[in-house]
Design a protein around this ligand. Structure first.
Ligand code: GDP
Length: 364
């Protein structure tokens, strides 16, 4: 699963991306690999792994990860191919969701491309480019569907109606994301792979002073109101501080956060929020060799979850022995949890839950 970081130039994208790659490089437990300079992989923070590690004393602890792609180069006119426009748009097509970094910090030394700091205008500028790109795709589709309609097949009329509804929304300057569809309609809409259908998380990049202040930042408030209208979340971060935090080891990081009066780094919050936005949950495996978290999409059933570990686990799936993380911790050990009847035996139709500590039984 991939998150794409977008935003106008000079809003703090690279700073945030640096924080992500540094944090990734610092997490020694993950066999870290740099795929491309603009792709960073970070561990998804999960306190449960530490608790399980205390219980199992494993040789290694492996968190699950999430990928971030720094998509630079969006300027006004990108949909018309200006700047790195086209490349930018094709990169967005490949991600599952978007982190839209918005400048909410004033700093006279750092030029704003539009001459002033105005988060909502900035968001609308980017949104407009994405909408224009989507309109082009949709126009072609509408033309084609009109031709197909001549065959008399009713399904084309159904499609055309939906496309025209979307076009109207675009003309109002709104993304597909802001519309609601029935399950059936959604299938048709998904086929269009529109950029503005991807879920968005706004990262309000505030100054070092603002992140510590209780005073509401009016720029952030404007952005929050805007986001509310389309049902998106806003996260307040200070990219610059995140970049510093990412270079610290765990102990120093805890100390630094305490000094700032924060319980969690902004990056950790961002990663968790991205995970939620993508509809992901983790199941856990625990043993003397390894305690590990695995990513699945909400709603995944036991055999497919087993398949994340190894395809043989899925093919030969017999059952899953599952104990909820909280139950296991309360019991104090797997043996006691079992004695108390807290370890369930689940079959192939079991829908995995977040935090299920799982042992798969399978035929080889
Ligand atoms: P990008 O063009 O969106 O990738 O922006 P950069 O990450 O390169 O940031 C542009 C400039 O803004 C750099 O000089 C950063 O140091 C600065 N910057 C980024 N985040 C912050 C922040 O939270 N506070 C302040 N004061 N400056 C920041």
């Amino acid at each position: 699963m991939k998150m794409g970081i977008v935003g106008l130039p000079n809003v703090g994208k690279s700073t945030l991306f640096n924080a992500i790659t540094k944090a990734g490089a610092e997490s020694a437990n993950y066999p870290f690999c740099t795929i491309e300079p603009n792709v960073g992989i970070v561990a998804v923070p999960d306190e449960r792994l530490n608790k399980l590690a205390e219980m199992y004393k494993p040789e290694k602890v492996t968190p699950t990860t999430i990928e971030f792609v720094d998509i630079a180069g969006l300027v006004k006119g990108a949909s018309k191919g200006e700047g790195l426009g086209n490349k930018f748009l094709s990169h967005i097509r490949e991600v599952d969701a978007i982190v839209h970094v918005v400048r909410c910090f004033e700093d006279s030394n750092i030029v704003h491309v539009e001459g002033s700091v105005d988060p909502v205008r900035d968001v609308e500028t980017i949104e407009m480019e994405l909408i224009l790109a989507d309109m082009e795709v949709l126009e072609r589709r509408i033309d084609r569907t009109r031709k197909m309609l001549k065959s008399g097949d009713k399904k084309y009329q159904v499609e055309l109606d939906i496309y025209e509804r979307i076009m109207k929304t675009f003309e109002e300057g709104k993304p597909v994301r802001s519309m609601s569809f029935s399950e059936e309609e959604k299938k048709i809409v998904d086929q269009l792979f529109l950029l503005t259908s991807k879920p968005v998380l706004y990262a309000a990049n505030v100054s070092e002073d603002d992140i510590n202040s209780d005073k509401p930042n009016p720029l952030v408030e404007k952005l929050v109101n805007y986001a509310k209208n389309e049902g998106s979340e806003v996260m307040v971060i200070c990219a610059k501080i995140e970049e510093e935090i990412a270079q610290l080891d765990d102990e120093e990081k805890a100390e630094f956060l305490k000094e700032l009066g924060l319980s969690e780094s902004g990056l950790d919050r961002l990663i968790k929020a991205s995970y939620r936005l993508l509809g992901l949950i983790s199941f856990l495996t625990a043993g003397p060799q390894e305690v590990r978290a695995w990513t699945i999409v909400k709603g995944t059933k036991a055999p497919q979850a087993a398949g994340k570990i190894h395809s043989d686990f899925e093919k030969g799936f017999i059952r899953a022995e599952v104990v909820a993380y909280d139950d296991l911790i309360k019991a104090g050990s797997y043996t006691i949890a079992k004695e108390k009847g807290l370890v369930r035996s689940e079959g192939k139709d079991y829908v995995m839950q977040d935090g299920d500590v799982t042992l798969f039984r399978f035929n080889v």
